[in-house]
Design a binder for this molecule. Structure first.
Ligand code: SIN
Length: 497
């Protein structure tokens, strides 16, 4: 099948990976209403495809299918589930070209970044295929001679998995792989703007042998999302909601889950500080800032939103960083050498514009960028601003775009205070070569993750997650599977009778 994207047509190697349907109880289906919604490429606004616009009845069907599959799935050994997840992992890597192309079309990110994300996504299927075998309980030294005590870990039950558009593949595997490994069935609700990476991954999971009902996917337009979200958050069969997205939506989901007391994992907004101390290796810091700030055009929850630079190196850093930023290639993600793709929607563009305009009106100076790019309506130039202060919106609000505000500081104490002056607490970064400072600052930063002399820290082997209004729970690492498990305490009496 050719996928018509308006003025462009592309060909997948495996055309069956492009699914424009939901997946319920092992079958690709339409919504009950037969209503659909369209998905457009943010680069040129051409049509990528259409998806079923689900409602409450479709959501209930998917939840019921998941619930009915649960007993058989949890009864498999961890090793049996591990074999299936491992097969899924292999299929993801075998289909990397198609998966990356689908992602670039629906999300706009440069094809090299899409390939990078598929590899990142596969790290979670790799890791959790192994963790499936390691859901250890404990034996507890008994307080009475005739008794034995232990705890075991058991799957929590049906999980509602709500994923964002900025990492359309990795956020699926980071949640679904541990859920499946733990023995939980899932109902996935991908972002309305990027459902096709999700459907392709579900198709591969199906091919890998995930039994019917264990993995389900429902899609819904942004306009109707609350009907589906309400059902996922209030249905008694759903025992856990895992969400990645904005703090405001996370807050609303937590409130909805309260009626049925569900376990939640919330990976929410961030407002990461990146601090460059005067003792930093400046070139390394520029490199790290580039990798961090411009990943996915700045549409990343762990992206540096406030770059604090010591006054002694401020001008030099600003010059080097601006020159590198200005040289980035802004273009449709399918073009050779593309580095900065479009923003996901016009309202995302407007938010970026409003942050820049507000900062400039209050005295910020644009070193480079500060305007739309002529690559298309939703492209914004990589932007570096100096003279940024805490009087500007950009100091407190997450921009989610390729804009780097540089803030001058003069002491360690002052910069820690400014860096922690936020309701968010996801990731923070700093560059320094002073070992004492490295410990002091890392411990003082009120963030769930801290990168030291590194701009990109995400990996499947370390716990990803935030504090404060950036979320609850951890993804990846040993902690990642625990989010899908309950601990059961067992006591056996009468041993010595
Ligand atoms: C996110 O922005 O939601 C995830 C970023 C990451 O996994 O590095």
């Amino acid at each position: 099948m050719d996928i018509d994207t308006g003025d462009l047509t592309f060909q997948l190697k495996d055309q069956n990976l492009f699914k424009q349907k939901c997946f319920i109880n092992g079958e690709w289906v339409d919504s009950d209403s037969l209503d659909t919604f369209d998905v457009h490429n943010p680069s040129d606004l051409t049509l990528v495809g259409s998806m079923p616009n689900c409602s409450k009845s479709d959501t209930i069907k998917a939840i019921d299918a998941a619930n009915n599959s649960w007993v058989a799935w949890k009864k498999l050994t961890g090793k049996d589930r591990s074999i299936i997840i491992r097969k899924w992992h292999e299929l993801i890597l075998e289909n990397i070209d198609d998966l990356a192309l689908i992602m670039t079309l629906e999300n706009g990110k440069p094809i090299a970044d899409s390939r990078g994300e598929i590899i990142y996504a596969s790290w979670f299927t790799d890791w959790f295929s192994e963790e499936a075998k390691r859901t250890y309980g404990k034996t507890i030294p008994s307080t009475m001679a005739d008794r034995r005590m232990m705890s075991i870990k058991q799957p929590i039950g049906v999980c509602g998995i709500i994923t964002p558009w900025n990492f359309p593949a990795a956020m699926i595997t980071r949640k679904v792989a541990p859920a499946l490994a733990a023995g939980c069935p899932v109902v996935i609700k991908p972002a309305g703007s990027t459902p096709f990476s999700a459907t392709a991954l579900v198709e591969l999971a199906h091919r890998a042998g995930v039994p019917k009902g264990v993995i389900n996917l429902i899609s819904v337009s942004e306009e109707n999302v609350s009907e589906v979200g309400d059902e996922l958050c209030t249905n008694n069969h759903v025992r856990k909601i895992s969400f990645t997205g904005s703090t405001n939506v996370g807050r609303a989901l937590i409130a909805k889950t309260a009626s049925t007391i569900k376990k939640v994992s919330m990976e929410l907004g961030g407002h990461a500080p990146l601090i460059i101390f005067e003792d930093a290796d400046l070139d390394q810091a520029v490199e790290g800032a580039m990798a961090n700030k411009y990943r996915n055009s700045g549409q990343v929850c762990v992206s540096a939103n406030r770059i604090f630079v010591h006054e002694k190196i401020y001008d030099e850093f600003a010059k080097k960083f601006s020159e590198r930023s200005a040289a980035l290639k802004v273009s449709d993600g399918r073009e050779d050498g593309a580095q900065i793709g479009p923003l996901i929607t016009m309202s995302a563009v407007e938010k970026v514009q409003s942050h820049v305009e507000d900062a400039v009106s209050k005295g910020a100076k644009v070193m480079t960028g500060g305007a739309l790019d002529n690559a298309g309506k939703q492209f914004y130039k990589p932007t570096v601003m100096t003279n940024v202060t805490n009087k500007m919106k950009i100091f407190y609000e997450e921009t989610f775009g390729p804009v780097a505000p540089l803030i001058k500081f003069s002491s360690e104490e002052e910069v820690i205070k400014m860096a922690n002056d936020s309701n968010y607490g996801l990731a923070g970064y700093f560059y320094s070569r002073d070992i004492g400072r490295i410990y002091r600052v890392a411990e003082a930063l009120e963030y769930g993750m801290v990168g030291i002399n590194a701009g990109v820290i995400s990996t499947e082997v370390a716990p990803f997650g935030g504090i404060k209004e950036s979320g609850i729970g951890r993804e990846g690492a040993a902690e990642g599977i625990d989010e899908y498990l309950e601990t059961k305490y067992m006591l056996i009496a009468g041993i010595d009778d």
